[in-house]
Design a protein around this ligand. Structure first.
Ligand code: PMP
Length: 419
């Protein structure tokens, strides 16, 4: 026992020595946000030169897309995006460059417009499967909606918890879902979870599902598994007004210069189009046409996404290799091995994540703030770290993983010593 303790103490002090060396010579690495690398952006460069001939400016129904008109998007774009989302063209609106702004639009419409705006009956609450996407949570908080964290497992949100809450509380008006390669855990919602979300009895008659399909086509392997279609499942369950589905090309072509889309029942889409008509005469149809000419159809899109995967897969593989080398036999860390999406999620020992992230920061390695993926940044277990490796070079990622491993081991051993 004494010998083992000695060995552990020596190991910890060698880790601390290594860390001190980094304090003296800090690195400069940032893996905080899920953004594409320059090499990925380059894959879509050709799209920028795609509108040249006079007929390129004419949509299928012979409208000049350089002019005003087509509030809800050109028909070609609706065909492409409805194929991605699994809706009909008439159930789809093409937005601007950000699906987040469409989500904000749907939420504000529900809060302030319609025959019974949510706001007239506050408080309003939302279920927030956690860890989840930090911007969903900050948007919800900003709009004054109370957030209720829901546990996540490898199949999606804990449905026993969800069903119980929505049945007993009519102020719970919705739930956030990232069904494919969930941000940050990379899981795909199981059929059972999708069916239960579609069928469950809710006390609020106007309960909605915010189905953010940001990573619908972002596979890293040939498995290409996707979550069941929530719109179809809800229609079959007699709850067709429940789901709102979103996607964008932010991680297909250019973030900030892509195209977004929202799909829902025809009734919901007609309502939203009416609200939209007070905001704008229409979105950028030239960009819609560029995307249609470049991505063409789901087959061409698949080929394009395979090029992204070729760039991304080695980065995700490297993370697995590094974590396996260091933590395979250890109980200090568990982690995800996603088959798509943009993130790897680490589960540390309870109470360690913040300190690990802060110690990394001190030696020049920035990772997403611990707890950022929980409502109001509050993870009571303090055990969650999100890695976003897409934008960095492999060599930098390798260096980052060395020090991430070092800090996890050092902080966890110190924490273990306290117990
Ligand atoms: N949803 C999720 C789950 C995301 O991870 C991201 C990007 N990080 C977005 C939405 C942002 O989408 P957009 O650029 O279309 O606003």
């Amino acid at each position: 026992m004494g010998l083992n303790n000695d060995k552990a103490t020596r190991h910890l002090s060698s880790l601390e020595k290594e860390y001190e060396n980094y304090l003296e010579y800090p690195l400069n690495l940032n893996i905080t946000r899920g953004i594409p690398s320059e090499e990925q952006l380059q894959l879509s460069q050709e799209m920028l030169g795609m509108l040249n001939d006079p007929e390129d400016f004419l949509s299928k129904n012979k409208m000049d897309i350089r002019n005003y008109g087509e509030l809800t998007g050109i028909i070609e774009a609706k065909e492409l995006f409805s194929a991605i989302l699994g809706s009909e063209s008439r159930e789809t609106i093409i937005g601007g460059n950000s699906s987040l702004s469409l989500m904000y639009f749907v939420l504000t419409t529900k809060l302030f417009m319609g025959s019974v705006p949510w706001k007239t009956k506050s408080p309003i609450k939302f279920l927030c499967p956690s860890p989840g996407y930090d911007r969903h949570f900050s948007m919800t908080e900003k709009l004054g909606i109370e957030m209720i964290p829901i546990e996540m497992d490898e199949n999606g949100p804990n449905m026993d918890q969800v069903e119980r809450l929505v049945l007993q509380d009519q102020t719970i008006k919705g739930i956030w879902c990232v069904p494919n390669y969930s941000n940050p855990t990379g899981i795909i919602y199981s059929d059972e979870v999708v069916n239960r979300l579609a069928k469950m009895k809710t006390s609020a008659t106007d309960f909605i599902i915010m189905w953010d399909n940001a990573y619908a086509v972002h596979h890293l392997t040939q498995e290409n598994k996707v979550a069941k279609n929530i719109l179809t499942a809800c229609k079959e369950a007699g709850n067709s007004e429940r789901p709102w589905m979103f996607c964008s090309t932010s991680k297909i072509t250019f973030p900030g210069a892509g195209v977004s889309a929202v799909a829902a029942s025809e009734k919901n889409i007609t309502m939203l189009a009416n609200e939209l008509s007070y905001q704008t005469i229409g979105h950028d149809k030239l960009n819609q046409m560029r995307h249609v000419k470049f991505l063409k159809n789901t087959n061409q899109l698949k080929k394009h996404m395979e090029k992204h995967a070729l760039i991304l897969k080695p980065k995700f593989d490297l993370i697995q290799k590094k974590l396996n080398e260091r933590f395979n036999e250890s109980n200090l860390l568990t982690w995800t091995n996603p088959k798509g999406g943009y993130f790897v999620h680490l589960t540390t020992m309870d109470g360690c994540a913040t300190e690990i992230v802060e110690s990394l920061d001190r030696i020049g390695v920035k990772v997403t703030k611990a707890g950022a993926t929980y409502p109001s940044g509050n993870n009571p277990r303090d055990n969650s770290i999100r890695l976003a490796p897409t934008s960095v070079e492999l060599a930098d990622l390798e260096q980052a993983m060395d020090v991430i491993g070092l800090c996890i081991e050092m902080i966890s051993l110190r924490e273990g010593n306290k117990k």
